[in-house]
Design a protein around this ligand. Structure first.
Ligand code: GUN
Length: 298
Protein backbone atom coordinates (compact mmCIF):
# COMPACT_ATOMS: atom_id res chain seq x y z
CA UNK A 1 0.00 0.00 0.00
CA UNK A 2 1.16 3.53 -0.74
CA UNK A 3 -0.54 6.30 1.20
CA UNK A 4 -2.50 8.90 -0.69
CA UNK A 5 -1.22 12.41 0.07
CA UNK A 6 -3.89 14.84 1.32
CA UNK A 7 -3.34 17.99 -0.71
CA UNK A 8 -3.99 20.68 1.90
CA UNK A 9 -2.74 23.41 -0.41
CA UNK A 10 -5.37 22.61 -3.06
CA UNK A 11 -8.16 22.00 -0.53
CA UNK A 12 -7.38 25.32 1.19
CA UNK A 13 -7.28 27.18 -2.14
CA UNK A 14 -10.72 25.82 -3.10
CA UNK A 15 -12.06 26.67 0.36
CA UNK A 16 -10.77 30.25 0.10
CA UNK A 17 -12.35 30.66 -3.36
CA UNK A 18 -15.71 29.49 -2.00
CA UNK A 19 -15.34 31.83 0.99
CA UNK A 20 -14.54 34.78 -1.31
CA UNK A 21 -17.78 34.04 -3.20
CA UNK A 22 -19.81 33.96 0.04
CA UNK A 23 -18.28 37.24 1.23
CA UNK A 24 -18.92 38.91 -2.14
CA UNK A 25 -22.57 37.71 -2.07
CA UNK A 26 -23.19 38.86 1.51
CA UNK A 27 -25.76 41.65 1.51
CA UNK A 28 -23.86 44.31 3.46
CA UNK A 29 -22.10 47.57 2.73
CA UNK A 30 -19.40 46.66 5.23
CA UNK A 31 -16.60 44.14 4.78
CA UNK A 32 -15.45 41.77 7.53
CA UNK A 33 -12.39 43.11 9.35
CA UNK A 34 -9.78 41.18 11.32
CA UNK A 35 -7.41 42.89 13.75
CA UNK A 36 -4.07 41.17 14.32
CA UNK A 37 -1.91 42.08 17.31
CA UNK A 38 1.76 41.31 16.81
CA UNK A 39 4.14 41.85 19.74
CA UNK A 40 7.92 41.70 19.36
CA UNK A 41 10.30 40.62 16.61
CA UNK A 42 9.73 36.87 16.25
CA UNK A 43 10.62 36.25 12.58
CA UNK A 44 8.29 33.25 12.16
CA UNK A 45 5.37 35.23 13.65
CA UNK A 46 6.01 38.08 11.23
CA UNK A 47 5.85 35.67 8.29
CA UNK A 48 2.62 34.05 9.58
CA UNK A 49 1.00 37.46 10.05
CA UNK A 50 2.02 38.59 6.56
CA UNK A 51 0.49 35.39 5.12
CA UNK A 52 -2.76 36.01 7.02
CA UNK A 53 -2.93 39.61 5.80
CA UNK A 54 -2.38 38.61 2.17
CA UNK A 55 -4.91 35.76 2.33
CA UNK A 56 -7.48 38.03 4.01
CA UNK A 57 -7.29 40.68 1.30
CA UNK A 58 -7.64 38.00 -1.41
CA UNK A 59 -11.02 36.84 -0.04
CA UNK A 60 -12.38 40.32 0.74
CA UNK A 61 -11.56 40.55 4.44
CA UNK A 62 -9.90 43.69 5.78
CA UNK A 63 -6.89 43.01 8.00
CA UNK A 64 -5.45 45.59 10.37
CA UNK A 65 -2.09 44.57 11.79
CA UNK A 66 -1.07 46.38 14.98
CA UNK A 67 2.60 45.96 15.83
CA UNK A 68 4.04 46.60 19.28
CA UNK A 69 7.50 46.49 20.78
CA UNK A 70 8.34 43.42 22.88
CA UNK A 71 8.65 45.78 25.86
CA UNK A 72 4.95 46.75 25.82
CA UNK A 73 3.39 46.48 29.27
CA UNK A 74 0.54 44.13 30.06
CA UNK A 75 -1.94 46.90 30.90
CA UNK A 76 -1.17 48.75 27.67
CA UNK A 77 -1.90 45.59 25.68
CA UNK A 78 -5.13 44.99 27.61
CA UNK A 79 -6.17 48.57 26.80
CA UNK A 80 -5.57 47.92 23.08
CA UNK A 81 -7.81 44.84 23.26
CA UNK A 82 -10.52 46.80 25.12
CA UNK A 83 -10.53 49.39 22.34
CA UNK A 84 -10.77 46.73 19.64
CA UNK A 85 -13.58 44.97 21.55
CA UNK A 86 -15.54 48.23 21.59
CA UNK A 87 -14.85 49.09 17.94
CA UNK A 88 -17.87 47.97 15.87
CA UNK A 89 -15.82 48.04 12.65
CA UNK A 90 -13.62 45.22 13.94
CA UNK A 91 -15.21 41.75 13.72
CA UNK A 92 -12.32 39.48 14.73
CA UNK A 93 -9.29 39.93 16.98
CA UNK A 94 -6.25 37.68 17.22
CA UNK A 95 -3.05 37.96 19.19
CA UNK A 96 -0.19 36.26 17.38
CA UNK A 97 1.53 33.78 19.68
CA UNK A 98 3.98 33.30 21.27
CA UNK A 99 3.95 36.46 23.37
CA UNK A 100 7.09 37.71 25.15
CA UNK A 101 7.71 36.02 28.51
CA UNK A 102 6.70 38.97 30.71
CA UNK A 103 3.13 38.96 29.34
CA UNK A 104 0.52 36.61 30.84
CA UNK A 105 -0.83 34.89 27.71
CA UNK A 106 -3.97 33.55 29.41
CA UNK A 107 -4.83 36.97 30.83
CA UNK A 108 -4.34 38.65 27.43
CA UNK A 109 -6.36 36.05 25.49
CA UNK A 110 -9.13 36.10 28.11
CA UNK A 111 -9.63 39.81 27.47
CA UNK A 112 -10.72 39.32 23.84
CA UNK A 113 -14.49 39.53 23.54
CA UNK A 114 -15.77 35.95 22.97
CA UNK A 115 -17.75 37.07 19.92
CA UNK A 116 -14.55 38.44 18.31
CA UNK A 117 -12.23 35.63 19.45
CA UNK A 118 -11.77 34.11 15.98
CA UNK A 119 -8.70 32.10 17.05
CA UNK A 120 -10.89 30.42 19.68
CA UNK A 121 -8.04 30.66 22.21
CA UNK A 122 -9.97 32.32 25.04
CA UNK A 123 -11.05 30.03 27.89
CA UNK A 124 -14.67 30.89 27.03
CA UNK A 125 -14.46 29.49 23.49
CA UNK A 126 -12.22 26.60 24.55
CA UNK A 127 -14.97 25.77 27.07
CA UNK A 128 -17.73 26.01 24.46
CA UNK A 129 -15.76 23.56 22.29
CA UNK A 130 -15.45 21.18 25.25
CA UNK A 131 -19.26 21.39 25.57
CA UNK A 132 -19.63 20.69 21.82
CA UNK A 133 -21.54 23.97 21.53
CA UNK A 134 -22.32 25.23 18.00
CA UNK A 135 -21.47 28.74 19.29
CA UNK A 136 -17.77 27.92 19.78
CA UNK A 137 -15.14 29.54 17.59
CA UNK A 138 -12.99 26.53 16.80
CA UNK A 139 -9.25 27.24 16.62
CA UNK A 140 -7.97 27.38 13.07
CA UNK A 141 -5.47 24.51 13.07
CA UNK A 142 -7.80 21.93 14.71
CA UNK A 143 -10.64 23.05 12.43
CA UNK A 144 -8.34 22.61 9.41
CA UNK A 145 -7.30 19.16 10.65
CA UNK A 146 -10.96 18.08 10.88
CA UNK A 147 -11.62 19.46 7.40
CA UNK A 148 -8.73 17.40 6.00
CA UNK A 149 -9.90 14.25 7.82
CA UNK A 150 -13.44 14.69 6.45
CA UNK A 151 -12.00 15.19 2.95
CA UNK A 152 -10.81 11.57 2.97
CA UNK A 153 -14.43 10.35 3.18
CA UNK A 154 -13.44 7.93 5.96
CA UNK A 155 -15.99 7.51 8.78
CA UNK A 156 -14.47 9.06 11.93
CA UNK A 157 -16.97 7.77 14.50
CA UNK A 158 -15.53 5.06 16.72
CA UNK A 159 -11.97 5.46 15.40
CA UNK A 160 -9.02 5.62 17.78
CA UNK A 161 -7.32 9.00 17.33
CA UNK A 162 -3.91 9.38 18.93
CA UNK A 163 -2.71 12.96 19.31
CA UNK A 164 0.95 13.56 20.00
CA UNK A 165 1.25 16.93 21.76
CA UNK A 166 -0.93 18.65 24.37
CA UNK A 167 -0.63 22.33 23.48
CA UNK A 168 -3.52 24.72 24.09
CA UNK A 169 -3.57 25.74 20.43
CA UNK A 170 -3.40 22.32 18.73
CA UNK A 171 -3.34 19.17 20.90
CA UNK A 172 -6.10 19.91 23.42
CA UNK A 173 -8.63 21.54 21.06
CA UNK A 174 -8.05 18.82 18.45
CA UNK A 175 -8.78 16.22 21.12
CA UNK A 176 -12.10 17.90 21.96
CA UNK A 177 -13.00 18.32 18.31
CA UNK A 178 -12.37 14.63 17.54
CA UNK A 179 -14.19 13.58 20.70
CA UNK A 180 -17.17 15.57 19.38
CA UNK A 181 -16.89 13.43 16.20
CA UNK A 182 -17.24 10.32 18.39
CA UNK A 183 -13.60 9.30 18.05
CA UNK A 184 -11.92 7.53 20.95
CA UNK A 185 -9.12 9.97 21.75
CA UNK A 186 -5.73 9.47 23.39
CA UNK A 187 -3.59 12.54 24.09
CA UNK A 188 0.10 11.75 24.41
CA UNK A 189 3.00 14.05 25.24
CA UNK A 190 6.68 14.22 26.12
CA UNK A 191 6.21 12.27 29.39
CA UNK A 192 4.12 9.48 27.83
CA UNK A 193 5.66 6.06 28.37
CA UNK A 194 6.04 3.64 25.48
CA UNK A 195 4.69 6.10 22.91
CA UNK A 196 5.29 3.80 19.94
CA UNK A 197 3.00 1.09 21.41
CA UNK A 198 0.15 3.62 21.73
CA UNK A 199 0.70 5.12 18.28
CA UNK A 200 0.63 1.59 16.79
CA UNK A 201 -3.03 1.29 17.92
CA UNK A 202 -4.11 4.53 16.18
CA UNK A 203 -6.55 4.69 13.26
CA UNK A 204 -5.87 8.43 13.13
CA UNK A 205 -2.55 10.01 14.10
CA UNK A 206 -2.27 13.75 14.70
CA UNK A 207 1.40 14.59 15.17
CA UNK A 208 1.87 17.98 16.88
CA UNK A 209 4.95 17.51 19.05
CA UNK A 210 7.38 19.83 17.24
CA UNK A 211 10.12 17.17 16.89
CA UNK A 212 11.37 16.54 13.38
CA UNK A 213 10.44 13.06 12.07
CA UNK A 214 9.84 11.71 15.58
CA UNK A 215 6.97 9.41 14.52
CA UNK A 216 8.56 6.49 12.69
CA UNK A 217 7.12 4.59 9.75
CA UNK A 218 6.98 1.29 11.65
CA UNK A 219 4.82 2.90 14.41
CA UNK A 220 1.99 3.36 11.92
CA UNK A 221 -0.80 0.80 11.72
CA UNK A 222 -1.79 -0.47 8.29
CA UNK A 223 -4.41 1.91 6.83
CA UNK A 224 -4.04 4.67 9.45
CA UNK A 225 -4.66 8.31 8.49
CA UNK A 226 -1.69 10.54 9.35
CA UNK A 227 -2.07 14.28 9.95
CA UNK A 228 1.29 15.97 10.40
CA UNK A 229 1.10 19.40 12.08
CA UNK A 230 4.87 19.78 12.50
CA UNK A 231 6.91 22.43 10.70
CA UNK A 232 10.61 21.80 11.35
CA UNK A 233 13.66 22.96 9.47
CA UNK A 234 16.35 20.32 9.05
CA UNK A 235 19.43 21.14 6.99
CA UNK A 236 17.54 24.02 5.36
CA UNK A 237 14.54 21.87 4.35
CA UNK A 238 11.07 21.81 5.92
CA UNK A 239 9.88 18.54 7.38
CA UNK A 240 7.10 17.39 9.67
CA UNK A 241 6.92 15.45 12.94
CA UNK A 242 6.39 12.20 10.99
CA UNK A 243 8.93 10.24 8.95
CA UNK A 244 6.96 10.85 5.73
CA UNK A 245 8.82 8.35 3.54
CA UNK A 246 8.56 5.64 6.19
CA UNK A 247 4.84 6.29 6.73
CA UNK A 248 3.96 6.07 3.02
CA UNK A 249 4.20 2.28 3.08
CA UNK A 250 1.53 1.69 5.73
CA UNK A 251 -0.72 4.77 6.03
CA UNK A 252 -3.87 5.13 3.89
CA UNK A 253 -3.73 8.94 3.77
CA UNK A 254 -1.02 11.38 4.87
CA UNK A 255 -0.56 15.15 4.85
CA UNK A 256 2.73 16.41 3.37
CA UNK A 257 4.89 19.11 4.94
CA UNK A 258 4.75 21.71 3.52
CA UNK A 259 1.37 21.78 1.75
CA UNK A 260 -0.76 19.86 4.27
CA UNK A 261 -2.11 21.39 7.48
CA UNK A 262 -0.34 24.79 7.15
CA UNK A 263 -2.48 26.28 4.36
CA UNK A 264 -5.67 25.08 6.09
CA UNK A 265 -4.91 27.10 9.24
CA UNK A 266 -5.04 30.42 7.40
CA UNK A 267 -8.19 29.43 5.46
CA UNK A 268 -10.02 28.48 8.69
CA UNK A 269 -9.06 31.74 10.40
CA UNK A 270 -10.63 33.62 7.50
CA UNK A 271 -13.76 31.45 7.74
CA UNK A 272 -14.03 32.21 11.47
CA UNK A 273 -13.68 35.93 10.78
CA UNK A 274 -16.53 35.80 8.27
CA UNK A 275 -18.58 33.78 10.76
CA UNK A 276 -17.95 36.46 13.42
CA UNK A 277 -18.97 39.18 10.96
CA UNK A 278 -22.23 37.36 10.08
CA UNK A 279 -23.08 36.80 13.75
CA UNK A 280 -22.43 40.44 14.58
CA UNK A 281 -24.92 41.57 11.92
CA UNK A 282 -27.76 39.87 13.78
CA UNK A 283 -26.72 39.57 17.44
CA UNK A 284 -27.72 42.41 19.74
CA UNK A 285 -24.71 44.30 20.98
CA UNK A 286 -25.01 43.71 24.70
CA UNK A 287 -22.42 46.23 25.68
CA UNK A 288 -19.31 47.84 24.30
CA UNK A 289 -16.97 45.10 25.55
CA UNK A 290 -18.96 42.41 23.73
CA UNK A 291 -18.82 39.84 26.56
CA UNK A 292 -21.94 37.86 27.30
CA UNK A 293 -23.29 38.37 30.81
CA UNK A 294 -20.64 40.93 31.55
CA UNK A 295 -20.79 43.66 34.15
CA UNK A 296 -18.97 46.43 32.35
CA UNK A 297 -22.21 48.43 31.87
CA UNK A 298 -20.73 49.86 28.69
N1 GUN B 1 1.03 30.85 16.79
C1 GUN B 1 1.12 29.64 16.24
N2 GUN B 1 -0.06 29.29 15.67
C2 GUN B 1 -0.90 30.30 15.88
C3 GUN B 1 -2.27 30.53 15.53
O1 GUN B 1 -2.96 29.70 14.92
N3 GUN B 1 -2.79 31.73 15.93
C4 GUN B 1 -2.07 32.64 16.62
N4 GUN B 1 -2.67 33.77 16.99
N5 GUN B 1 -0.81 32.47 16.96
C5 GUN B 1 -0.23 31.29 16.58
Amino acid sequence: MTAQPINGKAIAAEFRQELARKIADFPSEDMPVLAVILVGDDEASKIYVRNKQKAASEVGIGCEVMEFSSSIGEQALLNVIDELNANHHINGIIVQLPLPQHLDTLKILSRISPIKDVDGFSPYNAGLLAYNSPDAFISATPKGILHLLLSTGVELSGKHAVIIGRSNIVGKPTANLLLNQNCTVSITHSKTQDLSTIVKTADIIVAACGQARMIKGDWIKQGAIVIDVGINRVEGKLCGDVDFEGALATASFITPVPGGVGPMTVAMLLANTFQAFCRQQTEPKHCSCGHHNCHCQG
